[in-house]
Every structure is written in C-alpha cells, then in structure tokens.
Design a protein around this ligand. Structure first.
Ligand code: ZN
Length: 329
C-alpha cells in the first residue's frame, strides 16, 4: 500500500513523504498537520516566493505587426531562472536610481528578418547583457526539446525588433508573472468522509467525480457505505502537487515556501511582543503592493519606478516618447 511511504509509527509528529519528484513536479503528502497550516503553505508557495521577471522594457525598435505593449506583456510572462535570487536586491530597496546590477538583470532582444520566410523570435533569443551573481540567474527557461522557449513575435522581411528588458525581483502577490508555480495541487480527505464537499452531479456522483485512488489509499481506511458521521473529525493528511514554471526547482519552492511562512509568523510574534518588527526582521520583500494603503501610485511604497511616472496616461513600458532616453548607468 502507498501508505508505506510514511513511517509506520505515528507519534503525532509532523511527517512528510514524497510520492513523486521530478524536475518539474514535487508530489508529496504532509501528515499530522492541520488545514490552516497546510493551506498557508499552499498560499505562500503560490504568491510570496521571490523570483525574477522582466519588469521594464525599453523599446528601441519595433516594426513588427504587434504593438509595443503586447510584446512587453509577453516578455514579462517569460519564465527566467531565479537561481541565486536571494543575493539580488529588490529594486525598491536598492540605492540606485532606477536599476543596477545589484537589483536587476538586463536582457536584450534584437532581431531582424532579412529573408522571405517568416522569422520567429523565441525566448532563447533573449541575451543577458549585464553582469550577475551567477551564470544562470535571468536565463530564459527553455524546456521544449528544441530549447527554443516560447515564441514572442513573428517577423516578415524588413521587420525588426530591438528591446532592452530589465528583469527585477518580485513576488506573485504583486504580479502573477513572478509566480514560481504553474499550479499547486492541494487535496485532503479524498474520500470526502468529512463532507466538506457537496458534489454537484447529473446522475451519479461516483462516476462523475473520480477519486484519486492513490491519495485515498494513503488517507487510511477508505470510507465505508453507511459509515456513521464523525462530527469531531478533522483532516490530518494533505496532498500537495507543486509544479514549477521552470525558474526554480520544485523542492526549492517548497522549502522557500516554508521559510517565507516562518518569516511572516516571526514578524507576527515580534509584533505581539511589542518589538519593532519592521526594523528588525527581514520580510524578504514579501509585502503586498497595497501595504500601508499605498498602491502603485503611493509615494514610498517602493513600487514606483523613475521611468513611468509622468501622469495617468504614461506607460511604464515607454516607447520613443518616454523618459527612457539615456543610459541610467
Ligand atoms: Zn539597484
């Protein structure tokens, strides 16, 4: 039985067992936890682990059929390697004016089509043009067999694009492009013994809602027909299936999720003790963009860049008319 993955003795201590682990996925079960803690870990992994993503784009040339903003949006969503992200500063915490090598990685995308065939520009064509902490940080994630990455734009003869992309550190709470996970599967009580689920069905819920047999076997004895309902029962085993977008190995997402959660809890404890948590604790930047009531337009929320800023109509991506003019270095 699959339950063999977990140690046979159960003294009530927290136990974790991996069901499956690969470069893309971490499928594991946590035993003797509670729903609140397990769900907190899920939410932390989804939204609060720092990664790297393209945040500012200087459009130097774009004669493709796609608008600047369209391409910039696509660039932002390209997964980049987050190896060594801990050494990178948040741009808002950096003392530089805009961006520098301590808080960003610069990628350049330059392509021109000179043949009669349609040219496809892929994520692999993004070239790192700044120095960085290690040789992987900021590399586009290429997982397809041909190692091309996602297609960004197609060019016809004579069309060209030239863009300078500034990748910055951030969390998915601020923008989904910083999400380390493609998905986090989360399940408890696969047999619905606790009746937290009320299945909608047309004819037969058993046929229409297939049960994960593996999880069911690991969750103890499957519920029997006509079994009396236990009002005091609580879930104790939680099945996670973490899938990475490629920038960070799945096991690292799990360990970083745990450490981020610990930091947040430590801050709460510090606050309750009356200490000055804000000064003493490193939040790792895991703060909401709306923290202290400040949005993107706030004065010191740290999310403002010196690039946009002109007024309601100014775009952070700029273009020929933006404030991007010179080289800030
Ligand atoms: Zn900087």
């Amino acid at each position: 039985m699959d339950d063999d993955l977990l140690p046979p003795e159960d003294n009530g201590d927290l136990q974790i067992a991996f069901i499956e682990a690969s470069n893309e996925r971490a499928h594991f079960v946590i035993k003797n936890s509670n729903l609140e803690t397990a769900n907190s870990l899920r939410r932390t992994m989804l939204a609060e682990i720092p990664t790297l993503a393209i945040d500012v784009v200087e459009v130097l040339d774009n004669t493709s059929v796609l608008a600047d903003e369209f391409i910039c949006h696509r660039l932002g969503l390209i997964p980049l390697s987050a190896k060594g992200i801990d050494e990178l500063l948040y741009s808002r915490d950096c003392e530089c004016d805009g961006y520098c090598e301590l808080c960003s990685v610069v990628l350049t995308l330059q392509a021109k089509c000179e043949s009669s065939d349609v040219m496809k520009v892929y994520a692999r064509d993004l070239v790192i043009t700044s120095s960085r902490g290690n040789q992987q940080l900021g590399n586009p994630v290429l997982t397809d067999p041909d190692r091309l990455g996602s297609c960004i734009v197609k060019l016809r003869r004579g069309q060209a694009i030239h863009m300078r992309c500034i990748a910055k550190k951030g969390i998915a709470k601020e923008h989904a492009k910083w999400a380390p996970t493609a998905a986090v599967g989360f399940e408890y009580d696969p047999g619905n013994r606790l009746r937290h689920l009320d299945y909608w069905y047309e004819e037969d819920p058993k046929k229409e809602w297939p049960v994960n047999e593996q999880h069911l076997n690991m969750d103890g004895v499957p519920p029997q027909e006509g079994e009396p309902f236990d009002y005091d029962a609580v879930p104790t085993r939680f099945f996670f299936d973490v899938e990475t977008v490629g920038g960070m190995p799945p096991d690292e997402i799990v360990t970083k999720g745990i450490s981020t959660l610990q930091e947040k809890l430590a801050a709460v404890i510090q606050e309750l003790k009356g200490g000055d948590a804000g000064d003493n604790l490193d939040f790792g930047g895991a703060q909401s963009p709306t923290m202290n009531g400040m949005g993107y337009g706030g004065q010191d929320a740290g999310y403002t860049t010196p690039y946009g800023g002109g007024g309601p109509s100014a775009t952070a991506y700029g273009g020929a008319t933006s404030a991007y003019g010179g080289n800030p270095w």
